[in-house]
Design a protein around this ligand. Structure first.
Ligand SMILES: Nc1ncnc2c1ncn2[C@@H]1O[C@H](COP(=O)(O)OP(=O)(O)OP(=O)(O)O)[C@@H](O)[C@H]1O
Length: 645
């Protein structure tokens, strides 16, 4: 199969990708088209999809070309003091740039109360004059002089106190403020159509705030309210786009405010913290006419209130995989080249690019598909770059932050990222936390040799296949069935936690009993009184959550084997869902399951025939596709041992 339509040895030979982000988005053409049209027509959008499929990237890309949509008049938002009601500062939006009014403001500055220093200096001067006068006077005039000085002193004290009281009274009046505190302040200058991003949980950033002033929030000591206003993202997004991500964290109260803003196209700001001096301040409604784009994962939509959801015109689900066609593999190659250029990485060899395509298939769960969870692929490419530069796994592990990996490699050193480097990242599982946990668990577990592949045939024992963790690591599960004679017939499920698994194993038990009772199985018949049998099915040493229906076929065979006492071969592991008519149906995670069977050393792996289209790497183990239970039975039971008996 031709992997790419171009021939190359390393990515250096490939053309440079477009610098426009909108051209760099791959596999989401439909979503890009809808978002562009929504922005053109001023509609609100909700983007839903798996992590790392390009939700933020699409919004950022549209933001880059926002000016191409419409004419835009720059504006400035200013805040002014309200002299009548200082707690209600005035916020105004003016078109263009704000020009400060240069006319001198007529502000009456009150007589200030004399400072302590002034009073102190007066006292010293007064004492010096007094001693000089008294020194040169005859004793007879001394008394009169003291009386005059006392009167003058009292007068000075009286005037000082009067001025002090007058000053103090005036200074509590608004027009006693320092002129600088009366000047309007510029809160925001918007020169081009804005795209403002805010996380849904960050209430202050979203809705704005009035800061606390520890000095009471009033001049002359405190900062006046209009200087403490912080605009919210909803105001800064006026005439542009407000992008709110992580909608699952959006408090209901914030949703109400956003709804009001969408309806009224304006919203006032008040202090958010009830214990702060900002809490008593409230502005007039401030214009906020924006296009709202929100994003989150599929399940997050339940966190949104119905009235807000109703206001969203376009709700788009982004794809998490695309068909594995030549055209799409070329797109994946374009993505690899983009990641290398955008992150300043080293070039990749052709084989390494093919390895990335294989990984994209594996992450999509099928040979026919390619994953679009491209953040994961991007992280893997960056990690492979660092491995190529000689960084070790532990160093790389320490550099992962919130799903995002930043390359730590030295970009001046030129090396090539090879297939070997990519494989090392995949095998170590460093690109996924859940994969690392699963790997660790399996490494420990395998030491106990609980799974014994290719052992002698055994009654009631079969090996099923499971996938551990959300990033998929295949594992083998030992299923054991024991039958007990009892007056209380029934089926008991041990170590099976998930509801779906419980239902499907109950179904397997019912089906096995029915098939045995009808004698329709291609197996030697046996007279059993099923009304006196208690069936115990155990997923032995299985401690992680077991769910899904992919072990139904395995459980059914295990029960039939235990009831009829016919041994099952032990050289295979099996996965497949079973319906009540005995058809084996497709399951998920088939490649991870096949890999697990290979790694444990089983000779054969039995899978539903429908899953054959998903198999990526059939080498290293015999893969047996089956469609029905009847087809399956001769493959798994050790009929030779019965005929010998
Ligand atoms: N469709 C895409 N085309 C090209 N690159 C992509 C695409 N999707 C994701 N990427 C790569 O993955 C990175 C992360 O994507 P982005 O942040 O847009 O994902 P997201 O869907 O917003 O994820 P989350 O839900 O976790 O916020 C991008 O910077 C880009 O490198």
């Amino acid at each position: 199969m031709e992997v790419f339509s171009v021939k190359f040895k390393t990515t250096e030979e490939l053309p440079e990708p477009s610098p426009r982000l909108i051209d760099q988005v791959i596999g989401q053409d439909e979503a890009v088209k809808v978002v562009l049209s929504a922005v053109k027509n001023k509609r609100h959008v909700l983007l839903l999809g798996d992590p790392g499929v390009g939700k933020s990237m699409i919004v950022k890309a549209v933001g880059e070309i926002l000016d191409e949509f419409d004419n835009f008049t720059p504006y400035t938002i200013i805040a002014k003091p309200n002299l009548k009601n200082p707690e209600k500062p005035i916020v105004e939006l003016i078109e263009g740039e704000y020009k400060e009014d240069t006319k001198e403001e007529k502000i009456s500055i009150p007589t200030q109360p004399p400072s302590l220093m002034t009073l102190f200096l007066i006292m010293i001067a007064f004492t010096v004059i007094l001693s000089w006068l008294m020194g040169g006077l005859p004793e007879s005039k001394m008394l009169a002089t003291i009386a005059i000085v006392a009167i003058v002193g009292s007068l000075i004290a009286f005037v000082s106190i009067f001025l002090g009281v007058l000053g103090a009274t005036k200074s509590s009046m608004p027009n006693a403020i320092n002129p600088a505190d009366l000047k309007p302040v510029v809160l925001y200058e918007c020169k081009k159509r804005p795209l403002v991003r805010a996380s849904a949980y960050n209430v202050t950033k979203l809705l704005g705030d009035v800061k606390h002033c520890p000095l009471g929030g009033r001049p002359p000591l405190g900062t006046p309210p209009h200087k403490r206003i912080v605009l919210g993202a909803i105001h800064e997004a006026h005439k542009g786009i407000l992008y709110v991500d992580e909608i699952k964290t959006m408090p209901l109260e914030v949703q109400d405010y956003i709804l009001t803003a969408l309806q009224d196209k304006q919203l006032q700001i008040s202090g958010r913290n009830p214990n702060s001096s900002g809490a008593t301040v409230e502005t007039n409604p401030i214009p906020c006419d924006f296009i709202l784009i929100m994003s989150g994962n599929m399940d997050d939509v339940h966190n949104l209130r119905a009235p807000l959801l109703d206001r969203i015109d376009y709700k788009i689900v982004l794809k998490n995989k695309m068909d594995n066609t030549l055209e799409n593999r070329d797109k994946l190659l374009q993505f690899i080249v983009q990641e290398i250029r955008n992150n300043n990485l080293n070039p990749m060899t052709y084989d390494a690019c093919c390895e990335i395509v294989k990984l994209a298939q594996l992450l999509a769960g099928s040979r026919d598909k390619l994953t679009l969870r491209l953040r994961k692929l991007s992280n893997i490419i960056k990690m492979a770059n660092d491995i190529a530069l000689g960084k070790d796994i532990e160093e790389i592990k320490g550099n992962i932050e919130k799903d995002e990996y930043k390359s730590i490699g030295n970009s001046n050193k030129k090396v090539y990222i090879t297939a070997e480097h990519v494989r090392k990242v995949i095998e170590s599982g460093i690109y996924s936390l859940s994969k690392q946990v699963a790997l660790e668990y399996l490494r420990d577990f395998k030491r106990y040799k609980h799974i014994v592949p290719n052992d002698e045939p055994k009654v009631g024992i079969i090996y099923g296949l499971a996938v551990l963790g959300e990033d998929g690591l295949g594992d083998v599960t030992k299923i054991i069935t024991q039958i007990v004679d009892s007056k209380n017939p029934g089926t008991h499920l041990l170590n099976i936690s998930g509801d779906l698994a419980k239902h499907s194993i109950t179904l397997a038990s019912a089906l096995s009993k029915k098939l045995i009772a009808e004698g329709k199985l291609p197996l030697p018949k046996k007279d059993i009184d099923l009304t006196s049998k208690e069936i115990y099915i155990q997923f032995s040493q299985s401690y992680s959550k077991i769910d899904g229906d992919s072990a139904t076929a395995a459980a059914c065979l295990s029960i039939i084997s235990a009831l009829l006492e016919i041994p099952l071969k032990q050289d295979f592991a099996i996965t497949g869902s079973l319906d009540l008519s005995g058809n084996i149906l497709a399951v998920g995670g088939i490649n991870e399951k096949i890999n697990a069977a290979k790694e444990y050393g089983f000779k054969r792996v039995i899978i539903p025939e429908a899953n054959m289209i998903d198999v990526i790497d059939p080498e290293g183990i015999e893969i047996i596709p089956v469609k029905t239970l009847d087809e399956l039975i001769p493959l798994v039971f050790d009929l030779d041992s019965i005929s010998k008996n």
